[in-house]
Design a binder for this molecule. Structure first.
Ligand code: F0G
Length: 451
């Protein structure tokens, strides 16, 4: 690791340590808070390490035409802004990042917003945004000579970790809550050869246990408490800024679970701003499921100063998290950009997911909270019609096909959850039909489903 260029700064007490001094659980020995990576050279006006904005923008675009694997990664293409490795040749990459930014025409029209986009992180190699963070932190694990890596997960982190570990030739250990993760994700961890342990605990319990395990065995922790994960996960901010020709959108809407992603995107935009690559930061809003909303409660009760863990319940299993590790970092991103933190119901999530599906994109339930949240922000008048908004879709629709099928079959939601929005749901349902194998029967089915 390149400890000359970066150091770790405690988010709580400001203590600074070198990367090599980090504890196995990545907590500060002084105050127990998390670290973030900082690059001291950037702070010096005439410092040799301070990047040159114009040259960088040109270089990053040029790399898109390169056939080098590092350049083809949407993370390492921006490597000047994450100099965390001794040698970039050590990077473990699956050509992650460079994900599409799709215009959402129908949703924009329905909401009366001029410019609405989806940054589809589900289009990453293992189908979620976790790949961008995993390439960074797995590369550090490899440079540090670890044989084993591990994570607690609601599914996507484990899928990404298992794949990148396999590519790096490392062994991986996954702790997941028994029965509470989507099959698509579980199947990936198995396929990529992880030792997968299903525990009678929720995500928060799995992470607590793993924190104890890594203190006793030489296993590298790859949850987003690991600050190198966030260095990779900040790069979609660079892609978005680049796609807007370095004019950043007005508003970014992100799902909130363990709150690493919103923290990382906040860091990405902050660094672009501080380095003079963009003139401002977008507002960053974080949306949680109503049954797993500790950060929403924190903002309601203490303006984001304290967080009381909750017992989490939501069918959006990816964000079924009651005690988010990175909540302070996420609260900072919301506060410094003037964003909001709000929650959405199970029915609102299901409707938003079906609406995104009907635009030909699709995503997993946890990603759909972004559209559901934006609808609320628009209804409250917090988002104006002339604003440009980007929804961060975090996972691929095939991750959780059961959820989608249950929705279209009409078996997903309970009656009380659907109260008041039954018609909206019925209009979106497209259940598969049982039809006789005859021309007449198929044509009759067509007639019956005319819009
Ligand atoms: N969306 C998806 C699809 C996720 O998998 C996650 C988190 C989130 C949103 C929330 O992101 O935790 O950074 O706030 N999944 C983790 C996992 C917890 O284990 O896969 P966050």
């Amino acid at each position: 690791m390149n400890d000359n260029l970066h150091q770790l700064r405690c988010f709580g007490c400001g203590a600074r340590i070198s990367g090599a001094e980090a504890q196995p659980d990545f907590r500060c020995v002084e105050c127990g808070d998390l670290f973030e990576v900082e690059y001291p050279g950037w702070g010096q006006r005439r410092g040799n390490d301070r990047p040159n904005p114009g040259a960088l923008k040109w270089l990053w675009r040029e790399r898109r035409c390169s056939s080098e694997s590092l350049d083809q990664s949407g993370v390492w293409r921006f490597r000047e802004l994450l100099p965390i490795l001794d040698s970039f040749g050590d990077a473990v990459t699956l050509r992650e990042g460079n994900t599409p930014l799709y215009p959402l025409f129908r949703a924009a029209k329905a909401l009366g917003i001029d410019q609405l986009y989806a940054k589809h992180q589900g289009m990453n190699p293992t189908g979620s945004f976790k790949d961008t963070g995993m390439t960074a932190a797995m590369s550090v694990a490899k440079e540090r000579g670890f044989e084993w890596v591990a994570c607690a997960s609601t599914g996507n982190t484990s899928a990404a970790m298992a794949a990148y570990a396999a590519r790096a030739g490392l062994r991986s250990l996954v702790l997941i809550p028994d029965g509470k993760i989507a099959w698509g994700k579980l199947s990936q961890a198995m396929d990529y050869g992880a030792v997968t342990c299903q525990l009678k605990a929720d995500f928060d319990g799995c992470l607590t246990l793993l924190t104890q395990i890594v203190k006793e065995a030489p296993i590298y922790l790859l949850n987003s408490v690991n600050p190198y994960r966030l260095e990779g996960q900040k790069t979609p901010a660079f892609e978005i800024a680049e796609a807007f020709d370095w004019n950043v959108p007005d508003h970014l809407v992100v799902p909130g679970g363990n709150l690493g992603n919103s923290s990382a995107l906040g860091k990405g935009f902050r660094e672009l701003y501080e380095l003079g690559l963009v003139a401002r930061m977008p507002r960053i809003s974080v949306i949680q499921a109503a049954g797993a909303n500790p950060l929403v409660q924190s903002f309601a009760n203490s303006k984001g100063a304290e967080l009381a863990p909750v017992e989490a319940h939501t069918r959006a299993t990816a964000i079924r998290i009651g005690n988010p590790a990175s909540w302070r970092k996420a609260a900072r991103a919301i506060q410094e950009t003037g964003g909001w933190c709000l929650d959405v119901t199970e029915a609102e999530i299901a409707i938003a997911k079906a609406e995104l599906g009907s635009e030909g994109l699709g995503c997993e339930p946890a990603s759909a909270v972004t559209l559901a949240g934006l609808k609320k922000l628009r209804a409250r008048g917090d988002v104006g019609s002339g604003e440009s908004v980007v929804l961060v879709l975090t996972g691929h629709t095939l991750k959780d096909a059961d959820y989608t099928i249950d929705f279209h079959r009409g078996t997903l939601l309970k009656e009380e959850e659907k109260a008041g929005v039954e018609k909206e749901i019925e209009a979106l349902r497209r259940n598969a039909l049982q039809v006789d194998a005859s021309v007449g029967a198929v044509l009759a089915a067509l007639k019956g489903s005319a819009r």
